[in-house]
Design a protein around this ligand. Structure first.
Ligand code: IYR
Length: 226
């Protein structure tokens, strides 16, 4: 294998995949069309999902780029009914308060088309919950060392997690109960880990209904400088 030394560290040759121009066009369009079919689904069935599928999905997320390659994340995968019930109970308590006073009228109005409320049955019904924690700092030899670009890194990993879930033919939803420190307690996470996102994962109920939303056009979301 060809290698190169940089600052005394070995760099290995990058063997990326390349494709002919026509194939690149097809691949990029087909991937867009596939990703455009992803929807946030709140009606998740209780049909089981093999643990190995969840492992593969988490490993995919953990390939995400991160500040100084610190991979500042922990993915807690939960199929235990009793832990799911504890999470639902605590999340609904927070959500009840949010929907009854903590969220602004404008926020509640913006959520009307989506049809959410404080009830979160999917937290118990979905075969798996994945709770993503960000590692704000590492502890080495009793010393704390801050990680870099933690929110960006973990945000990217979550995007890849969601893509991997969709690619496996499953559905999810980015659930953000606020505040969510109850997750650290229930899952007994160390002090350097903070809850980032909670994703129920499973098969959709049949039939399932989702809001009739439109995505912004390419023109609305991009500016090209040529
Ligand atoms: N966290 C609440 C409220 C909520 C907020 C946004 I922004 C959404 O896009 C959807 C819901 C909940 O999960 O219901």
């Amino acid at each position: 294998m060809q290698t190169k030394e940089i600052n005394g560290y070995t760099h290995i040759r990058y063997e990326g995949q390349t494709f002919p121009k026509e194939e690149m066009l097809t691949r990029s369009r087909e991937f867009y069309e596939f990703m455009d079919k992803r929807r946030s689904v709140r009606e998740i069935s209780s049909k089981p999902v093999d643990e190995q599928i969840i492992e593969n999905i988490i490993q995919t997320a953990s390939t995400a780029p991160s500040g100084a390659h610190k991979q500042p994340w922990t993915f807690c995968a939960i199929s235990s009914s009793s832990i799911k019930s504890q999470i639902r109970e605590a999340a609904e308590k927070e959500e009840y308060d949010s929907y009854h006073g903590r969220m602004s009228d404008r926020w509640l109005k913006d959520l009307e088309p989506i049809g959410t409320d404080w009830h979160k049955p999917f937290l118990e019904k979905a075969p798996w919950l994945i709770v993503v924690f960000k590692k704000v700092y590492e502890v080495a030899d009793g010393d704390k060392a801050n990680n870099y670009y933690v929110n960006e890194s973990v945000g990217i990993a979550c995007g890849m997690l969601i893509s991997a879930i969709h690619h496996a033919g499953l559905v999810t939803l980015t659930h953000t109960p606020s505040p969510m420190n109850f997750l650290s307690k229930i899952l007994e996470r160390p002090a350097n880990e903070r809850p980032f996102l909670l994703l129920p994962v499973g098969h959709p109920e049949v039939p399932t209904y989702v809001p009739d939303l439109e995505r912004k056009s390419l023109n609305d979301v991009s500016v090209f400088f040529k």
